[in-house]
Design a protein around this ligand. Sequence first.
Ligand code: FDA
Length: 307
Amino acid sequence: MLGPVILAASRSDRTRRFLTATPMTRPVVGRFVAGETVGATLPVVKDMADRGLDVSLDVLGEGVTDPADAVRARDAYLRLVDALGPLGLGDRAEMSVKLSAFGQALPGGHDLALRHATEVVEAAEGIGTTVTLDMEDHTTADSTLAVHSELRSRFPRTGAVLQSYLFRTEDDCRELARAGSRVRLVKGAYKEPASVAHQDKAEVDRAYVRCLKILMAGDCYPMVATHDPRIVAIAQDLVRRTGRGRDGYEFQMLYGIRSAEHARLAAQGHRMRVYLAFGTDWYGYFMRRLAERPANLGFFLRSLATR
Ligand code: FDA
């Protein structure tokens, strides 16, 4: 119940101003955000690589309303590629991109976001890695999947994200599984209306398993992005039953959430990728993490009260 309330409150300018202005928020944000700069984040990437963990790097930022900010977002990713190149990690360090940071919501935004994304994906290919397009709220899904399809015609390894809470997603899974894509399956983190998305958590979980079965049975590369132990066990079973080798799928989890599980799955021989968000524009990302687990809100409020 509290999750949707937090997501609704996160749209208030007053909440944003309060939380981003108070320095007391920072230590709590630091649980989910790897650093403010590339320089601060690279040691985290190296440490994870040394421990057998792959990463997907997200330069925080979304919902851009000024074309100049979209250019800045693209440039931040291009600088990230320059910094990752010398590490020689190849696709062990990929990137995640939100098209709304590249201007998707602006007039002509679809083409603008495609242009910026193309430059970033091309640069990523140049250092042997790739990009996954994050999925945002349902109003952007058609445009994001169309950009994904256009990018794949030149860069077939470009990944897509599908959200099991959306009614449309089983069809999207069938489509992308047939096309042999890299597909990250998530439950979905936005506040969506009952006309397009399951509202009941148990329904979202059941839909996730249905979608996972479609992806695992298909020709795609499934990226199982969840912290849910029950679904992780089901995925392991499907991997065994479909005969997928280590290079035929991967698990993904977010930085700061169930870290012991990251290590456990990697030690068992699964490819495990941690989503590392970094930068200063952390508000939207942080609020979604609070909403996913309302207990985080209690932890956050207590930490404010004790400072
Ligand atoms: P669920 O919410 O049922 O959580 C299972 C367990 O995990 C909880 O009981 C708790 O122990 C732990 N947990 C989950 N969230 C937590 C939190 N915030 N803090 C502490 N513990 C937590 N969404 C989206 O809409 N678009 C996207 O592009 C992406 N991208 C993405 C990438 C990756 C790598 C991951 C792992 C997730 C996303 N998501 C996303 C977020 C996703 O949609 C979803 O909101 C979260 O993963 C939480 O759902 P779970 O599947 O973990 O299950």
